[in-house]
Design a protein around this ligand. Structure first.
Ligand SMILES: [Zn+2]
Length: 181
């Protein structure tokens, strides 16, 4: 076992989920690195690079961390793609970096780093721009009230939405709408 693997599993580090699994020889159960169960003795731990390898070696999946449902290894692009997918479909939710990271089983710091590296803007900025793009689209193509558009793009408070929109585009939502219609 590599030192980094031992550290990951003894600290329940989610960032390593999908990169490897560990089995405990005394229980014949295997886990994700992030499993909250008691840290086993190091000499009882075996590392597996896939669920299949653990199962073939006679281990059963842990009922707490459910390693068998983690069906893919997170590559960086995959994480970024999934993050974008979540952002695009959840614009009406108060999505934060922390919540986004939780859904992807990685740390906020890690997500911030890989996302910014690949997309050249931070997740928070990307969320904001996606909201504003959607708002513009709705202002152009629908007769929805400003307060309804605000809700649809994640702002409970229409005044707050208008302020952010103005700051972002230099125009109020109402003015933007009259201009484009
Ligand atoms: Zn477990």
């Amino acid at each position: 076992m590599k030192e980094v693997e031992w550290l990951a599993l003894s600290k329940n580090d989610r960032r390593f989920d999908g990169q490897f699994f560990y089995g405990v020889s005394t229980t014949l159960i295997f886990c994700r690195p992030s499993c909250p169960s008691k840290v086993p003795l190091r000499q009882h731990v075996s590392i597996f690079l896939s669920q299949r390898a653990a199962i073939d070696a006679g281990y059963r999946p842990c009922k707490r961390c459910r390693p068998e449902v983690l069906s893919f290894v997170h590559s960086r692009s995959q994480i970024v793609n999934e993050a974008i997918e979540i952002i695009k479909t959840k614009l009406d939710e108060p999505l934060t970096l922390k919540k986004l990271a939780e859904r992807l089983f990685v740390s906020p710091t890690y997500l911030q780093k890989v996302f910014t590296k690949e997309m050249k803007i931070s997740p928070a900025r990307f969320i904001l721009e996606s909201r504003m793009d959607q708002a513009k689209h709705l202002l152009r193509t629908t007769d929805l009230l400003i307060c309804d558009i605000a809700q649809t793009v994640g702002y409970v408070n229409a005044a707050h939405f208008s302020t952010v929109f103005h700051r972002h585009t230099g125009e109020s939502p109402t003015y933007y709408r009259t201009k484009v219609q």
